[in-house]
Design a protein around this ligand. Structure first.
Ligand code: MEV
Length: 306
């Protein structure tokens, strides 16, 4: 049996805009998903995720199952597999569980089949899987989950930025949503108001480029301000909602340097930047809104074989 694990992620800047070729900055976190795979002679593939067992044609495990189909197609091979997924990430809440499942499944399958795949190659195959499942996807999620660290992504260009030395707070609404549905709603809005939405997405790109500079300067006050501007732009394309906005404002009122949604939005999580002295206060403010605070920190660790 081969086990591979991969991290979840948060977006400092640029979710949604990155789907349209604008840059984004995403960071791996120290919560991971591990996927164990054993090839079986029956030819059938079954998935056990957190104790729930299903056949591979089930909707619920579509990323893992699509990863299996994609590996079969790309490497012109056929097999059955027992796949066991263990997760420290809530699923469908914007923390990159889909990308982490996807890349850890691809890597573990490749190892089982004796195929050598670098992590960046796994990320590219993972991007094909996410595009097939979601209809539209940027390469950001699978890249950061494969390589770890803080990543700047602009179209097909990727680079690692220096690690972030500031605490993060993740507030989870507990509301699950489908990434494809939220992406599709942005596409519909762009179709309805093409030049307006193109300008908003391009402003998000400008915010990300400025954010990259603030990161390099370790200007965390500026970074927080830009996160708040990014949140305003995300609100304007309809991907925030009442529960998320309440968490964003609660975090800011408690002294967070910046707060915004992370990931697709409309449910899921917010990300707040806090100075060392006020982590507790910001966390308490989020909990007071009936949300959960998930302990997490930035991590340099990407996809790895256990
Ligand atoms: C979802 O984690 C991030 C989005 O930008 C989609 C993507 O980049 O594929 C909304």
């Amino acid at each position: 049996m081969i086990t591979c694990s991969a991290p979840g992620k948060v977006y400092l800047f640029g979710e949604h805009a990155v789907v349209y070729g604008e840059p984004a900055i995403a960071c791996a976190i120290n919560r991971r998903i591990s996927t164990s795979i054993e090839l079986v002679s029956s030819g059938k593939t079954r998935v056990d995720a957190m104790g729930k067992r299903l056949n591979c044609n089930s909707e619920e495990f579509k990323y893992a199952c699509c990863a299996v189909q994609t590996v079969k197609r790309l490497f012109e091979t056929d097999f059955g597999a027992e796949i066991t997924i263990r997760s420290q990430l809530p699923s469908r809440q914007g923390l990159g569980s889909s990308a982490a499942v996807t890349v850890s499944t691809i890597k573990a399958l490749a190892e089982c089949l004796g195929i050598e795949l670098e992590n960046e190659a796994v990320a590219k195959i993972g991007h094909q899987v996410e595009t097939a499942v979601q209809g539209r996807a940027s390469p950001a999620d699978t890249f950061v989950s494969s390589t770890g660290g803080v990543v700047f992504i602009e179209q097909t260009t990727t680079s690692h930025l220096s690690p972030l030395n500031i605490p993060i707070i993740i507030g989870a609404t507990g509301i699950e949503r489908s990434t494809s549905d939220v992406i599709a709603s942005v596409a519909r809005m762009k179709q309805k108001y093409p030049s307006l939405v193109t300008d908003i997405l391009s402003s998000m790109g400008d915010v990300t480029r400025l954010g990259k500079q603030k990161l390099a300067d370790e200007d965390f006050v500026g970074l927080g301000e830009l996160m708040n501007i990014n949140q305003g732009l995300l609100e304007s394309i309809g991907v925030s909602d009442d529960a998320l906005s309440r968490l964003v404002y609660a975090a800011r009122t408690a002294g967070a340097l910046g707060a915004k949604i992370t990931g697709a939005g409309r449910g899921g999580c917010v990300l707040a930047l806090a100075q060392d002295g006020n982590v507790k206060k910001v966390s308490q403010a989020i909990v007071m809104q009936d949300a959960q605070v998930l302990n997490a920190a930035f991590s340099n660790l990407g996809l790895q074989t256990e």
